[in-house]
Design a protein around this ligand. Structure first.
Ligand SMILES: [Zn+2]
Length: 326
């Protein structure tokens, strides 16, 4: 057993497990397990553990690493590398080797775009090596908590101290990495309540975390404060801050353009509208799924580890909880 396994055994899957369970209860769990018999988290994890780790150059001194969880971005300065996200814990040594091969600089700072295991899995490794971890303040809260989901017999989730952010912010923060300015922004709860979008200028690159998965239905983590309205709000802000030349690094999938982001935002708005009609008509969640409100989008967006029916259940619950609060 290596040090990572000792520190963080396979409870790595917690946030998303909690998501699937908390947001929609047993029905969602059944839905998540429909078809292939695997949950969203199981499907995603299998993909993260088996995909080749790919290195892509985004700009002079900016690199993207993909395959081992969420996309990881590295910004290189004279004597250091600043990392955005840290992949899954089981592949962090491999990731670190790839980063060093591309950048020839040690990682000194790490920004987490949010609290999920496929973006923070390498935190123990980097934090133990003295890397400064930076995140929106709610990320620290979620990583510090014991997660407990009794009806699936699941209890764990407290990240060790060295994996926690030591520098946090609330709405906005600026960092410099040599010639590049990094603006970290939180637009309120969206994918979670601790999302960070990072704009890099003058390189004109934007890291948007799991607010955008290219090219499949997103997870909306209601258990940590996410909502469909918040996702769309954040996307509108990102669209306003970017241009047609901006390289957009999604949480998962290949680098995208602003028009890809616009197309995705428009799909979410349309699905939300259709689902609002179903919620207003008093449909149950199963009836909403049976109505197949995403049908014409499914060939484009429904082929990832979030199946159309799981996505419908997340949006339905988000809207129903939102209307219950009004
Ligand atoms: Zn996520």
């Amino acid at each position: 057993m290596n040090i990572l396994q000792k520190l963080r055994p396979s409870f790595a899957l917690i946030p998303a497990v909690v998501l699937v369970v908390v947001i929609t209860g047993a029905a969602s769990r059944a839905a998540a397990q429909a078809g292939t018999g695997k949950t969203v988290v199981q499907k995603a994890t299998e993909q993260f553990e088996s995909s080749p780790l790919k290195t892509t150059s985004l700009d002079k001194d900016i690199w993207m690493f993909s395959g081992d969880g969420g996309n990881v971005t590295a910004i290189v300065a004279d004597g250091s590398t600043l990392l955005i996200d840290s992949g899954v814990d089981s592949r962090v040594s491999e990731l670190n080797a790839a980063i060093f091969k591309a950048t020839w600089r040690p990682v000194t700072r790490l920004v987490n775009t949010h609290c999920h295991f496929d973006h923070t899995g390498g935190n123990v490794y980097f934090g133990s090596a003295g890397v400064t971890i930076i995140a929106q303040e709610n990320v620290k809260k979620w990583l510090s908590l014991v997660q407990n989901v009794p009806f699936v017999g699941f209890r764990d989730g407290r990240y060790p101290t060295q994996a926690l952010p030591t520098v946090t912010y609330s709405n906005r923060m600026t960092l410099r990495q040599e010639d590049q300015k990094l603006t970290l922004v939180n637009y309120g709860p969206a994918h979670t309540d601790g999302d960070t979008i990072i704009y890099i200028s003058p390189a004109n690159v934007a890291m948007v975390g799991d607010i955008f998965s290219n090219h499949f239905y997103p997870i909306i983590d209601l258990s940590t404060g996410g909502s469909i309205d918040g996702m769309i709000h954040a996307l509108d802000q990102i669209l306003a801050q970017t241009d047609e030349r901006t390289k957009i690094v999604p949480g998962h999938g290949p680098v995208a353009t602003r028009s890809d982001l616009q197309n995705y935002r428009d799909m979410l708005v349309e699905v939300r509208q259709r689902m609002k009609v179903l919620v207003a008509a008093g449909k149950t969640m199963d009836e909403a799924v049976a109505a197949a409100p995403t049908k014409d989008f499914d060939s484009e967006w429904g082929r990832g580890y979030v199946s159309p029916d799981v996505f419908v259940r997340m949006v339905f619950t988000s809207l129903r909880e939102g209307s219950a609060n009004r």
